[in-house]
Design a protein around this ligand. Structure first.
Ligand code: HMG
Ligand code: MG
Length: 310
């Protein structure tokens, strides 16, 4: 298989954690419900490709996201089949009811989510901006008391399809509130993929000025306008070492009309391989996984790297 020529840049981090969201962010947005056995194999293949973190599913209301209504069955299947213990398998949880379901299913890591904007909080969570914190606060408390790690996502960090521009100060206010609740990591979501590199630099600078270092932050980029990799480079330059990505570039948010696919994990890994930045991910098996999944979904992967290498 072709590989990028390695040319390192000593100003960038030496190692990066790729946080795989394909089974959750990818499959939540498919029109067709993917059979449980295919979802389970998808997770096993991603783990087999070396991904250290695989977000497997979500315990949101099954009427809101019917594509992932089988979350508990999927975790039971994965537990029965056995997964390597040295990786993390977070699940998305919106509220206490979701946490109850996740705990019952044996989840060890959870991810909560909130919005930087009022309109998306209402559309995605059926809550206002302040109400959303009231909804997730007990989730963080109870999950931590049960010994679980809690990640927090904040959406619409770079723009909102209904409200337009989103000032960095507004994102910092939302993000610090989630961190103050007790989340270990904050993932900054470019839900509709409108961000550009200077904007990434400015937002990370605003967090730094508020006392939140890059060690507590991750970038969650969608590639709607083709900016995701340029934004990764801006993140790397600022010292970010966790990047979310979705195998094959699947995904989007069903409650954000203009959201398309996530940054494809293959595109990210190709670039990081070229920069000599270690990820532990095997590009060849990842491409084979996304090609296999594209066969199940009945359409080619939108990832440029998958298309070039498959
Ligand atoms: P709601 O209708 O306001 O819920 O939805 P409620 O609290 O009023 O409860 C109504 C009923 O639903 C109750 O049942 C609850 O028990 C039940 P009843 O007493 O009437 O019989 N219920 C649940 N059942 C199962 N699981 C649950 C649950 N919660 C309540 N978890 C809610 C509020 C938050 C549940 C809903 O708005 C929801 O599920 N939203 C999730 C939408 C979603 O999944 N969006 C995509 C994920 S976010 C994303 O993709 C962005 C991200 O990738 C980052 C980025 O890109 O920016 C993370
Ligand atoms: Mg997303």
């Amino acid at each position: 298989m072709r590989r990028p020529q390695q040319v390192t840049d000593s100003s960038l981090p030496e190692r990066v954690t790729v946080y795989e969201v394909g089974p959750r962010d990818g499959l939540q947005n498919e029109n067709a419900v993917v059979p449980l056995a295919v979802k389970a194999e998808f997770v096993h293949r991603l783990v087999g490709a070396g991904l250290p973190v695989v977000e497997t599913t979500s315990f949101v209301h099954p009427k809101w996201v019917p594509q992932l209504a089988d979350a508990a069955d999927l975790l039971a299947t994965l537990a029965a089949q056995g997964l390597p213990p040295d990786r993390a398998y977070p699940v998305l949880v919106p509220n206490e009811r979701g946490l109850d379901r996740a705990l019952e299913a044996g989840a060890q890591h959870v991810a909560i989510f909130a919005s930087a904007t009022e309109t998306f909080a209402r559309r995605n969570l059926n809550r206002g901006l302040d109400e959303q914190y009231a909804m997730v606060a007990p989730v963080v408390d109870r999950a931590r008391a049960a010994g679980l790690d809690v990640r927090a996502y904040v959406s619409m960090c770079f723009g909102d399809p209904w409200e337009g521009d989103v000032p960095p100060a507004q994102v910092v206010a939302a993000g610090t509130r989630l961190l103050d609740l007790g989340a270990s990591q904050l993932s900054l979501g470019d839900t509709i993929g409108v961000g550009t590199p200077g904007h990434v630099t400015a937002l990370l600078g605003a967090f730094s000025a508020a006392g939140v270092g890059v060690d507590r932050l991750a970038l969650h980029l969608h590639d709607t306008y083709g900016q995701a990799l340029a934004n990764v480079v801006a993140g790397l330059r600022a010292g970010i070492t966790t990047f979310d990505a979705s195998a094959g570039g699947l995904g989007g948010c069903p409650y954000a009309g203009s959201a398309t696919g996530n940054l494809a994990t293959e595109d990210l890994v190709w670039m990081l391989d070229g920069l000599g930045i270690a990820t532990g991910v095997d590009l060849e098996s990842l491409v084979a996984t996304s090609t296999w999944m594209a066969g199940h979904l009945g359409r080619p992967s939108p990832s440029r790297v998958v298309r070039a290498l498959a």
